[in-house]
Design a protein around this ligand. Structure first.
Ligand code: ATP
Length: 913
């Protein structure tokens, strides 16, 4: 045994790179071809633990708590508390500081929860790996890998553990996450000198790095914390900061508010002094103004509403990886979607075969190998080119057809699965064919090359089979096989006509060719010419049922849907028409034409064209940019390595959870767990709903702050005592924000959200109408609270009673306004009263608290309140009703404006079809 190798569970890293593959596998007691046995793998899992990093670093709790105080509005509160303390108003000071503390703790807890929820969701997008165990290939959760496992790596995978490469075919990894070096590193299996630095260990693949090209196999040498990544404790994706464009905008708004409040407070103070009021009184007024004008509950409400949005989207099968996506989704104007698997089922069935100038039909649907081949309704013998075409289909193939729980399924690419099913229907057995012609070399399928090739040993010498897109195969062919399987001159135009006929009916067309005698198969150039065309297989892939309805829903919502696919133009157009994405007049633009366009031409084309076919992933990025140049908010789907730049550039990058690569998922803002287009539409709907609820909360909360500020200012101008004290203001703000306001975050999505036009991205959150409504309600609060305060001061002669009346006016108006705010547009009587039980629970709790606040002696002592006489209650309720009538009237006046908005959405949708 090599003495320099230490046992795998030793703490020190091993110089695995310095030893040959044989030596490494002997040391790890494993076998490169067979892998570990299941029993042994289980045992090792017990010894080494799961393959996960133990402590993902994030912001420490102390720092996070301190950051809660680092907000401009909190500074004002602290200042106000200090002012109250200086004045000897100890209760006020204590409550103000208490509020700051409670606010910080609530914020801290909410933020922690939201971060955890996001991180947990991100983990649900678990990474699966392909591993060799007990001599066979299995898919496994990467967490269950152990040292000694043999893993298969392919372009798009995230390397699941530290791996010593045993076999590499064009394998390249991007190790930026580990080394900071962004250029991909080519990998090989040969041993390296012992002193080689980690960044240069090209025979190793490290956990967390990404495979960007080729494929390979390797031995797991370290898992979890024992990996290089674990050792330097630099986990790739730390938890995301809970910041979104909206929270940033709120931050700016707070800064502005800070200046305004300070200026007003200073003005109040100066004005009072000039009028000869006492400095103490005026300082308290300034404090009251400051605490009143601050919407204390706002930051927490924003976070909670966004977190609820994330949870709602997860229930609809969309996992949000970056919080801003929740907001952006609501303003999406264009969705660019892949076809295969997203718009369609990715459930392939070969329906038609073209060989030797003849078309054959294949019956049966799905993966059950039940059906038969026929021509003009008559059974056909299996021979010549027909047999060769089916054989090529099963040999140039990495999928497996398996029966699981009585159901036939495909392990691998469904396109390839369909080829096996077709061969079985013809009576061929793929296992015995493969045994007779073992594969010796391969060029895996690649979305850019759009072909796959395999080289086989046969009794008659080596042969290469190539399959792929027709346009990539035909130019390489020198001849074709006739029906008997004999060489004949190539009739490219007849083949083209046959392919077009298949594609025009929505079939996905694969072309097959062969090369014999066959050279080595190392790169694409080895199959560049002299091929013999064998035939075509056309397969149906039905549109997803929910996706067609979702396309319609998008159009109604003023969102354009574009199909961007690697498939044939006619196939794409046929499917797009079936799904309502394109109409009969629409044409398709293919990748070649795209590449020839300059940016101006492209910018013009992206507006009108709805189907882009044979698009290489690199072109997707140009499409995103061109759409964005029109100020579109673009959601773009993708699943491969090369899609990553487009996913990053899109406003919403959408990756496929089931069929997507890790590279794509990492670049995306959102991952679909069911790969279904309909899920994007559902996420947009939730996004719009979340945004609605945020606006509702802000519209609800600001009038109170505005009204409180006005009441204080009015009192100073009128020269009367403060109608509400700073302490009472804090009571109103804190209790109502938590009990009443937060309930709006749970408001169900309004049924018409997908009948409105998308929200323009730069549009301010509060439009003129809402600002007007905020002012209106604020003024009602001012009139009600100030009026009743003056009236009850006179009637009762007790300022405590009058203040209690004023406080209850504020709370009453907030309660009725809460019901009105449940919809910005619909009248109160059109909102289902019990669709959000949080509202009722909140109102009940608030009413009980108000009763205690007004009548319970200990609270009276703290807050300076007194029992309110029944007559005053009638007036308080009356003001509430007046506020309700005013708001509902204002909504009714505004409704025609809504109708015009809906009309413009409808127009957008009709032009989108
Ligand atoms: P989308 O981008 O909508 O998912 P797609 O899945 O049809 O489109 P690709 O997977 O890039 O796009 O396939 C493009 C073309 O490559 C197909 O039309 C087909 O001709 C060919 N092709 C697809 N899969 C294979 C395969 N496994 N082997 C060989 N060629 C294939």
């Amino acid at each position: 045994m090599d003495p320099t190798l230490r046992p795998p569970d030793d703490d020190t890293p091993h110089p695995w790179h310095a030893h040959g593959v044989e030596s490494v596998s002997a040391r790890l007691a494993t076998d490169v071809h067979h892998g570990l046995d299941h029993e042994e793998a289980r045992r090792r899992l017990g010894v080494h633990g799961v393959n996960r990093l133990s402590q993902p670093p994030g912001r420490g709790p102390v720092r996070r708590l301190l950051l809660q105080f680092h907000q401009p509005l909190i500074y004002i509160l602290l200042l106000s508390g200090a002012a109250a303390a200086v004045l000897g108003e100890w209760v006020d000071a204590a409550v103000i500081f208490g509020v700051v503390l409670v606010n910080a703790v609530v914020g801290f807890i909410q933020e922690g929860r939201a971060e955890q929820a996001l991180a947990a969701l991100a983990r649900t997008v678990s990474s699966e790996v392909s591993v060799q165990r007990g001599g066979a290939r299995h898919r496994l959760d990467a967490a269950h890998l152990v040292p000694g496992d043999v893993v298969h790596l392919a372009a798009g995978d995230r390397v699941p553990a530290d791996v010593r490469i045993a076999h590499a075919a064009g394998l390249q990894a991007s190790e930026a996450a580990l080394t900071g070096e962004s250029a991909a590193v080519a990998k090989h299996s040969a041993a390296l000198p012992a002193p080689t630095r980690v960044a240069e260990r090209s025979n190793m693949a490290f956990a967390g790095t990404l495979v960007v090209a080729g494929q390979g196999r390797g031995l797991v040498v370290a898992t979890g914390d024992a990996t290089e990544t674990g050792r330097i404790a630099q986990m790739l994706a730390g938890t995301e900061a809970l910041e979104t464009p909206l929270t940033r905008a709120m931050g700016r708004f707070s800064n502005l508010l800070l200046v305004v409040i300070l200026a007003l407070a200073a003005m109040t103070f100066a004005l009072g002094l000039a009028r000869g009021e006492s400095a103490v009184e005026m300082l308290m007024a300034a404090v009251a103004l400051a605490v009143g004008a601050i919407p204390e509950g706002l930051p927490a409400a924003l976070t909670v509403t966004l977190a609820i949005g994330v949870a709602r989207m997860a229930r609809r099968r969309a996992i949000i990886r970056r919080l801003p996506a929740v907001e952006t989704l609501g303003s999406t104007t264009v969705i660019c979607s892949d076809k295969t698997g997203t718009l369609t089922e990715n459930q392939m069935t070969v329906e038609s075969i073209y060989v030797g100038g003849q078309v054959y039909a294949v019956s049966g649907r799905g993966y059950a190998p039940v059906g038969r081949l026929s021509r003009d309704g008559l059974p056909v013998p299996l021979s010549g080119a027909l047999r060769e075409c089916l054989v090529a289909g099963v040999l140039c193939n990495d999928a497996a057809l398996i029966k699981r729980d009585g159901e036939w399924t495909v392990d691998g690419d469904p396109t390839e699965g369909a080829l096996i099913v077709a061969a079985r229907k013809a009576g061929l057995d793929e296992a015995s064919i493969a045994a007779g012609c073992p594969r010796v070399d391969e060029l895996p399928f690649d979305a850019v090359r759009q072909t796959m090739a395999t080289r086989h040993r046969t009794d008659a010498g080596a042969v290469i089979f190539v399959k792929g897109a027709l346009e990539r195969i035909i130019p390489r062919c020198a001849r074709m096989l006739d029906a008997e399987g004999q060489p004949a001159p190539l009739d490219a135009s007849a083949i083209d006509v046959a392919a077009q006929r298949m594609a025009a009916s929505g079939l996905r067309v694969l072309a097959f060719a062969r090369l014999s005698p066959a050279p080595r198969l190392a790169c694409d150039a080895d199959v560049a010419g002299d091929l013999s065309f064998i035939g075509l297989q056309g397969m149906i892939d039905p549109p997803r049922a929910r996706a067609t309805a979702a396309v319609k829903a998008c159009h109604q919502a003023g969102i354009e849907v574009k199909m961007i696919t690697g498939d044939h133009g006619l196939t794409a157009l046929a499917i797009a028409r079936q799904m309502g994405i394109a109409n009969d007049d629409d044409t398709v633009v293919v990748g070649r034409e795209l590449a020839a366009m300059d940016e101006m031409q492209l910018a013009a084309a992206v507006r009108s064209v709805r189907v882009f076919a044979r698009v290489e992933p690199a072109e997707k990025l140009r499409l995103v940019r061109a759409l964005q140049a029109h100020r579109a908010v673009v959601a773009m789907t993708g699943d491969g390595v090369n899609d990553a730049p487009a996913l990053k550039a899109a406003d919403i990058g959408v990756a496929m959870g089931a069929g997507g690569t890790d590279v794509a998922k990492e670049a995306a803002d959102m991952v679909l767990t069911d790969d279904n287009f309909a899920t994007i539409e559902a996420a947009v709907e939730v996004g719009r709903g979340v945004y609605d609820n945020l606006v509702k909360f802000i519209t609800w909360t600001l009038p109170t702050n505005f009204g409180e500020g006005l009441v204080i200012l009015a009192a100073i101008f009128a020269g009367v005592t403060l109608p509400i004290t700073p302490l009472q203001i804090l009571w109103i703000n804190m209790t109502t924000a938590v009990l009443l306001g937060m309930s709006l975050a749970f408001e169900p999505i309004e049924s018409d959200v997908m009948h409105r036009a998308p929200r323009p991205p730069g549009q301010p959150m509060l439009d003129r109408v809402l600002v007007g409504r905020i002012v209106l309600v604020g003024v009602v609060m001012l009139a009600g609270a100030f009026g009743l305060f003056v009236r009850w001061s006179g009637l009762s002669g007790d300022v405590a009673v009058a203040r209690s009346v004023a406080v209850n006016v504020f709370v009453m108006v907030e309660i009725v306004f809460l019901f009105a705010c449940r919809s910005q547009r619909r009248p109160l009587w059109r909102i289902a009263p019990f669709s959000n039980s949080w509202v009722w629970g909140g109102v009940l709790a608030q009413v009980l608290l108000q009763a205690a606040f007004t009548y319970w002696a200990p609270m009276q002592a703290v807050f300076g309140t007194a029992a309110v006489p029944p007559a005053a209650w009638a007036e308080i309720v009356g003001i509430g009703l007046v506020a309700l009538v005013i708001v509902e009237l204002e909504k009714a006046i505004r409704r025609p404006h809504d109708a015009s908005m809906r009309k413009s959405a409808a127009q957008a949708s009709s032009s989108g079809k």
